[in-house]
Design a protein around this ligand. Structure first.
Ligand code: RB5
Length: 152
């Protein structure tokens, strides 16, 4: 199960990706937005990412105008490793090396044809583990550091 979310800037691209997921028979839950009315990307990123952190969804696909704002929002949520991608190599290796669990795409950056290629390689590339696990563990340790932060 995938968690999907977009603001208005990513709405049309999300709709194109939804059509692709339907063709592939991949189940998803859409956490909004549901039309092109202006909305704020942190508001839609949070429930989609929460579903991933709770284990109700395996990964998130997130969309805004650039993919950047929604990736920043997603990376504020403990347990989320989100990457904004507009090239195939990054979409592949953020899975293989970073064990990314959220792919962020910019509706004003990539077209639907490239977007579905990025989604496919992101979904189909396994995490390699091994030497990368130490680094991913250090990302998790940074979350713990921030939870415990009292001063600079
Ligand atoms: C909304 O206009 C736009 O700022 C948003 O979609 C996104 O690109 C932010 O990073």
């Amino acid at each position: 199960m995938l968690a999907l979310a977009s603001d208005h800037g990513g709405f049309a691209l999300k709709q194109a990706v939804i059509e692709h997921l339907k063709e592939r028979g991949i189940p998803y839950k859409d956490f909004g937005c549901y039309d092109e009315k202006s909305c704020d990307y942190p508001d839609v990123a949070a429930p989609a990412c929460d579903a991933v952190v709770r284990g109700e969804c395996d990964k998130a696909l997130l969309f805004c105008g650039t993919g950047v704002g929604i990736s920043i929002a997603a990376n504020k949520i403990n347990g989320i490793r989100a990457c904004v991608c507009s090239d195939y190599f990054s979409a592949k290796f953020t899975r293989a090396h970073n064990d990314a669990n959220a792919l962020c795409l910019g509706g004003r950056v990539v077209g639907p044809g490239l977007a579905v290629e990025l989604v496919d390689v992101f979904l189909d590339t396994p995490y390699e583990g091994g030497r990368h696990q130490r680094r991913v563990d250090k990302l998790t340790a940074l979350e713990e550091r921030e939870r415990n932060r009292t001063t600079n």
